[in-house]
Design a protein around this ligand. Structure first.
Ligand SMILES: Cc1ncc(COP(=O)(O)O)c(C=O)c1O
Length: 371
């Protein structure tokens, strides 16, 4: 029977999230997927969250459960402005828009900035979830040539010629998803200088920046060019993704449109969630919590790297990841590339089992080359 529903053209551009599909596999017992950016559930501060829920519900129950402002809970916006100042980003609280995860920030950027047929510049490869967010708005993609150090400045310089009218460059300077690479300070300066010369705004996505192992990443791109950058942050990797809480720092000229786009999408991010998170973090909790996450992920990374050295086929070689951007056990997503046999750089496909209560990891590793 023929359908009575006619779908919009943009619906044809929506695809099931590959990431969600991958995450389904992680529900199987014994599987620890390195494919999605899943934080280790063992790091979730359950007791602190429980106590914060109690305080919010006993102190401000009516406000917490009522509709709330679209911009976000004012004390949380102030907290975010102070926090990003530590990254060198000078933002007023009224530039902070609290979003339902940074994923919603990507969708709002797409809604406000993309037009059918207008180019958007992305790293190669880039975060699939961003493409999923932008796709319905029908951009075309200008792939930016990238190397181990991130996007190449000359690729940005060439955009006015190669892809005139590019709306923005979507960049992940810290522990890039999916490669894990980090841009050096020098590269950041060159990239920003090229973007400024090309008059190309930057959308900087930084969910993993706090999860460094050896040294913090260099200054954010947004700090180098505040008026030409839009910054996306998230509580998912440092606290819990369950609250779906993220934020954007938007330039004044974009903020009102992003706000209207958010109002149309969900009116506001749940006020209860915002209050609970603010209650947990307002007295410096993350300053103690995040170093613990880093230490844990680093130990897991070391165990994983050692096990891979031992158990992967002898022809394999690689380098240890520099940050935990994926599961709690190690960031292996392509930041660790393995040379397998006669094949060129191919990611190893891994599944592993963790012994309860220890960071030791049993790995069944399979190199990706058919042999
Ligand atoms: C690069 C990148 N951006 C954004 C997101 C979305 O994060 P959030 O949970 O804040 O929506 C993710 C999630 O893994 C990510 O890896």
């Amino acid at each position: 029977m023929s359908t009575v529903w006619t779908q919009a053209r943009r619906a044809a551009r929506m695809n099931p999230s590959i990431i969600r599909e991958i995450l389904k596999v992680t529900e199987k017992p014994g599987i620890l997927s390195m494919a999605g950016g899943l934080p280790s559930a063992d790091t979730f501060p359950v007791d602190e969250i429980k106590a914060a829920c109690d305080r919010v519900l006993s102190q401000n129950p009516k406000e917490a459960l009522q509709y709330a402002s679209s911009e976000g809970f004012a004390p949380l916006r102030e907290w975010v402005a102070a926090r990003v100042a530590q990254l060198g980003i000078q933002a007023r609280p009224d530039q902070v828009l609290i979003t339902s995860g940074s994923q919603q920030g990507l969708d709002l950027v797409g809604k406000v900035m993309c037009d059918a047929g207008a180019p958007v510049a992305v790293e190669t490869p880039t975060y699939l979830g961003a493409l999923q967010a932008f796709n319905p708005y029908e951009p075309i993609y200008a792939s930016l040539a990238s190397d181990e150090g991130g996007v190449r400045p000359e690729a940005i310089a060439a955009l006015p010629h190669d892809a005139p009218g590019t709306r923005f460059a979507y960049l992940l300077p810290n522990y890039q998803n999916p490669t894990g690479r980090v841009m050096s300070a020098q590269r950041r300066e060159a990239v920003v200088a090229a973007a400024q010369a090309a008059r190309l705004p930057i959308v900087e996505d930084n969910p993993y920046g706090d999860l460094w192992f050896d040294q913090p990443p260099p200054a954010s791109l947004s700090s180098l060019w505040p008026e030409g950058s839009l910054y996306l942050g998230s509580f998912s990797k440092v606290l819990t993704p369950g609250f779906r809480l993220g934020y954007m720092i938007a330039p004044d000229e974009l903020y009102p449109k992003l706000l209207q786009a958010k109002q149309a999408a969900d009116l506001h991010t749940p006020g209860f969630n915002q209050r609970v998170v603010h209650e947990v973090i307002r007295n410096g909790f993350l300053d103690q919590h995040v170093p613990k996450i880093r230490a844990r992920y680093k130990a897991n990374r070391d165990a994983m790297a050692a096990a891979m050295q031992t158990h992967l086929r002898p022809a394999a070689s690689g380098r240890a990841p520099r940050a935990a951007c994926s599961s709690g056990y190690a960031c292996l997503r392509a930041s660790m590339r393995w040379r397998c046999c006669r094949w060129r750089w191919r990611p190893a496909s891994l599944s592993c089992r963790v012994r309860p209560s220890t960071p030791s990891i049993l790995i069944r590793a399979r190199c990706a080359c058919p042999s």
